[in-house]
Design a binder for this molecule. Structure first.
Ligand SMILES: [Zn+2]
Length: 454
């Protein structure tokens, strides 16, 4: 038999660890993993030439900006940006304008990106204002509810009401994804500025580490009563790491670290100003060291980008007026793999944090591992010296605090559902092999979903 594609002559990362060999792909699936002589003949043969053959990266935290903020990014440009960075699956946050907080809005997003996604894409929702929306949102396959305590788009403000809502959906095990923030930071920042504190000091003081840890602590308490699973977005602080470690036995708690918090500190922020402005902010060296240690000790098991694109004007202006957020999809792989080869983390710990760990948390089935039967989402990562060049980004946001940084690895080939979507620096023009993903439930919960809606 002749299959569609063989990727050969590489160093595969499989659930059993690294092995020399290749994989065979037929349609959208991996049908064989092994040494080359054992693979069937293929119409297309990709020689990995000793490079790493890995599962495509899974990023559970991106902000594409469809609806009214398309000038910043769209699902089309965002998924192409993902492919350019070796990321084959993304989960899109709901703080759009207008916000994604109804089943209808999720449906609309799906209609917009249907057959146009370069990478696989799934969606989150905000907690809906109307509890009757919850079951329809589950039926649309959302992967979690995002909670922004600081934002006006975070209903409901009343914790008792929130608790009742959370309890009503706990058994579906949909993660509550918390941006750990106390909700008063903006007001505090204003007060500090009125007292003439320098702008960057006021920003850092208002969005401080103590409040981050306290906010997470409050949600851990809340979720103990509601029995929800809780995911802490972008951990930045040593104090937050300590809190997560103290709650290691709580199986309902998970967390992620973002790439920019692993590479930038407050002193970079003072130099780069608006370009490095993000929320939560980059922190001290002490905090950053704690984040690397947390990854290495697997206290934090997931790495994400928090890809948050903005327009040129929004990032090249006075600090106070600048938008918070950093492009992440096209820099994550080169930065993280370069850090790994320099000894910051082993490949054996790094790769799962970018692939199988996020897949397991979000119940993304049959992706995140190179094994027979899984979808053929693959990235071939070559050791190749280069420089990050923001001008070449596929994203609409063609700037990054990492512009010009030397990196040692690059995603050379990217396959999505078996379709070769990237080769060297080129995205295949018809790259639209991404699928719309929905959270899947076991049979009992599927039946319950039907009952609950009636
Ligand atoms: Zn975010």
């Amino acid at each position: 038999m002749t299959v569609d594609t063989n990727i050969i002559n590489g160093k595969l990362f499989t659930p059993e660890g690294f092995l020399e060999g290749g994989i065979s792909i037929e349609r959208d699936r991996i049908i064989k993993v092994g040494k080359e002589p054992s693979l069937p003949k293929a119409s297309t043969r990709i020689d990995a030439k000793g490079a790493l053959i890995l599962p495509g990266l899974i990023d559970i935290h991106v902000h594409f900006r469809d609806f009214e903020q398309k000038y910043k990014e769209t699902m089309i440009t965002g998924t192409r940006s993902a492919i350019a960075g070796g990321v084959t699956t993304v989960l899109d946050m709901p703080n759009n304008k207008p916000p994604t907080n109804t089943a209808q809005r999720v449906k609309t997003k799906k209609q917009i990106i249907q057959e146009k996604a370069a990478a696989n894409i799934g969606f989150y929702s905000l907690i809906p204002e109307n509890a009757k929306e919850i079951i329809p949102l589950f039926k649309e396959g959302i992967f979690g509810f995002k909670i922004y305590p600081a934002s006006p788009i975070y209903p409901p403000k009343d914790n008792q009401k929130l608790l009742a809502l959370l309890k009503s959906q706990a058994e579906y095990k949909i993660p509550l994804i918390v941006h750990p923030d106390n909700g008063y930071a903006d007001r505090n920042e204003k007060l500090l500025l009125e007292k003439n504190m320098p702008v960057i000091d006021a920003f850092l003081r208002a969005h401080n580490q103590i409040d981050e840890a306290q906010a997470l602590k409050d949600f851990i308490e809340l979720s103990k009563t509601s029995k929800n699973s809780l995911h802490c977005s972008h951990v930045t602080a040593k104090k937050t790491v300590e809190l997560i470690e103290k709650n290691q036995d709580n199986n309902n708690l998970s967390s992620e670290v973002c790439v920019h918090h692993l590479f930038l500190t407050e002193s970079d922020l003072r130099k780069m100003k608006s370009k490095a402005k993000c929320l939560p902010p980059v922190r001290t060296q002490l905090d950053q060291t704690a984040l690397w240690e947390a990854l290495n000790r697997q206290v934090i098991k997931i790495i994400a980008t928090d890809h948050a694109p903005h327009s040129y004007e929004e990032k090249h202006c006075e600090f106070e007026a600048a938008a918070s957020g950093i492009h992440g999809l096209e820099t994550m792989l080169p930065l993280m793999f370069t850090a790994a080869v320099k000894g910051k983390i082993s490949f054996e710990k790094l790769i799962p944090a970018l692939t199988v760990n996020p897949a397991q948390l979000m119940a993304i089935k049959n992706r995140g591992e190179l094994k027979q039967g899984n979808f053929a989402d693959v990235v071939v990562v070559a050791k190749e010296k280069g420089k990050i060049n923001a001008e070449n980004f596929e994203s609409k946001a063609k700037w990054t605090p990492f512009d010009g940084r030397e990196v040692l690895y690059t995603p050379k080939y990217v396959l999505v559902n078996g379709f070769l979507s990237k080769e060297d620096d080129y995205i295949i023009s018809k790259a639209n092999a991404g699928k719309i993903l929905e959270r899947e439930y076991d049979v009992v919960l599927q039946d319950k979903l039907i009952d609950d809606e009636e």
